[in-house]
Design a binder for this molecule. Structure first.
Ligand SMILES: [Ca+2]
Length: 275
């Protein structure tokens, strides 16, 4: 039976932002407003290639945003600002940092850029905010108003939840895998197999990537991380894997590892989970 699809958020305008780009020197307040961000989103209606719907339609949100480059002559072909989305619930904060190639020029516009980003909501009340600045760490970051959202699911409803996070200073690509005793391998390459579901694969760096094991049969699952692509990174890449069983994080979690620069293609086994 197809899951009931419920719209969480149709369209929200989150106000006007000022946007500063590399090379800008602020000597006086910019005339404002100079940039605008609009969010539109709904719960995921993603459909996998085998025709199955994403089962946890109530926790994946598609965010559409538009930002305006105030100095397009400086970078006519590429977006060169810095945009990230902050999602928070009860002090648990996730950052979704957009890479340059996620921003595409709005058709017919010289200076407006748009993006679509899937976010995984926390259970319950969430707040979402977009930050824009010239470059990472820039003290001149501007931010949107807070957007309130509700995720309708709970930790512990499914037996095992794993999530992977990695260094927040590069765009290297890691893939989280869970492999069951029948050798079903859930990852970005096969996001819905053997009762295991990857919510959102992240190939732009940072993560997080979440896999939920929905199969209520007890079993053994290997939780692994594959270093897919350095994307130009030449330094070590630390990462961490959190594992929750029946809603409770394992005492040893998070499991941590650092990939060396020449480890591309290598796999690290974080833990074997039995439940
Ligand atoms: Ca990935």
């Amino acid at each position: 039976m197809k899951p009931f699809k419920r719209i969480v958020l149709l369209s929200v305008t989150v106000g006007l932002l000022q946007l500063l780009l590399p090379g800008c020197v602020v000597t006086e307040p910019l005339p404002g407003p100079v940039a605008e961000i609009t969010l539109t989103g709904s719960v995921s209606e993603s459909e996998y290639t085998d025709g199955a719907y994403v089962p946890f339609f109530d926790r994946v949100l598609v965010v559409h945003g538009v930002v305006t480059d105030t100095d397009p002559m400086n970078s006519p072909d590429d977006w060169d600002g810095y945009v990230y989305i902050e999602l928070t619930r009860l002090g648990d904060t996730a950052h979704y940092i957009l890479s340059t190639d996620e921003l595409t020029k709005v058709e017919g516009s010289e200076n407006r850029w748009e993006f679509d980003r899937k976010l995984r909501l926390h259970s319950g009340w969430n707040t979402l905010r977009i930050f824009v600045s010239a470059f990472p760490g820039d003290s001149l970051t501007e931010k949107s108003e807070l957007i309130n959202l509700t995720g309708d699911w709970t930790y512990g409803r499914e037996p095992v939840l794993c999530y992977l996070e990695w260094n927040d200073a590069d765009f290297a690509d890691l893939n989280l895998h869970t492999i069951d005793q029948y050798n079903n391998d859930c990852s970005a390459d096969d996001p819905n197999v053997g009762g295991m579901v990857l919510d959102i694969g992240d190939s732009h760096g940072y993560g997080p990537e979440y896999i939920t094991i929905t199969n209520n049969q007890s079993g053994t699952y290997s939780v692994e991380v594959n270093y897919v692509n350095a994307n130009g990174l030449t330094t070590a890449l630390p990462c961490r894997v959190h594992v929750l069983v029946n809603g409770t994080e394992l005492p040893q979690s998070p499991f941590t590892h650092t990939f060396a620069p020449d480890d591309v293609g290598e796999t690290w086994q974080a833990v074997e989970v039995n439940y």
